[in-house]
Design a protein around this ligand. Sequence first.
Ligand SMILES: [Zn+2]
Length: 295
Amino acid sequence: MNTNALQILEEIGIQLDNGQFPCVHNGGIVMPSKAAISYNALGKEKSDAERQAKTRSTAGSRKRTARRQGASRRCREARDASPLINAKVRKNYLRDLKRVTKAYPAIKVWDTPTGLWLRAPAMPVQHSNREVTFLIFLPYPEGLPLKAWAFWSSIMGYTWIGPRHTNAPDGSICAFEPGDHSWQQGDKIVRLLDIFCVWAVRHLHLEKIGRWPGYQAVPHPYERLMEVQDNEYCGCDNAGRRYADCCKQDDLALGHESLRHDFEAKYGHSKVVPKVIKNFVEGSGPLPVICYPSF
Ligand SMILES: [Zn+2]
C-alpha cells in the first residue's frame, strides 16, 4: 500500500482510538478530522476525488462523535416487526436522493415496492487503490432493520468484507448498535453511507496495520477470544480498556470449547453472504428480494 495511504490510515486509527470520528468527504473519502498530517505531501496528481474532498472541506465536512462498533448479536433482526409500509419513510428517502447523489456521485438507486436498494461505490482511503462497493436495502415497512453488505471491488472481482463486525449468518454489515441511535429508519442516507465508509476504513486498518481501531462491541467471550487482538479495545461493556488488560484472562478461563459450543448454538457456525446478493453485486443476477424476518 502507498505510504501516503498508510499514513492516513494510521492517523484515522489514532483518532478513532481517541473517540474522534473522522471526516467523510464527497465520494466517501475518509480523512482525519483535523490536519494532523501534512496533506500537501499527499501525491502530486490532483484526482477528481481530491478535488471533491477539497470542495467538501471548504463547505464543511461531515463530522460525528465516534460510537462503539456494534457486534453481531446486537444487530440481529427485529423478529416482531410490522410489515406495514411506512409512506413517510419512503418519501423521506426519495426526497433525500438529490443530496445522496451529490455526496456519492457514483451511486445507483432502485425504488422497489418494499424498500430502496442502493449500490454505492466509494474509495474511502485516498491513494489506497481500494474501492469498496456497498449494497444496501432500506425497507419501507415500519421497524424493519436495514440490510447492507460491503465488498472490495476491482477488475479481479468482488471480495466480501468481513467477518469482523458483520452479522451472522448472512455476513451483512454491523457498523453500529441499533440502540445507540447512530442511524435509525428514515434518517439521512448520506449519514448512513458515511458510517459505512468509516467501517470500511476500520477493516482496511485491521488488514494493513493489524488491529481494529476504536471502541467496539463484542459481547460474546468466544468472539472476543477468536477476533479481538490484545491491543484492541475490549468488546465488553467496560469501554476504554484494552482486551489484554480487561476480559481476556476471564474469557480464557471459561474454556475455548465450551464457549465455542455456546456461540455456535446461538449464532451458527459461519457467516455467508447469500448467493442472490453476491450474484447481483457481480452483475450476474437480478435485484434481490429480501423476505423478513429471515433472509
Ligand atoms: Zn472487557
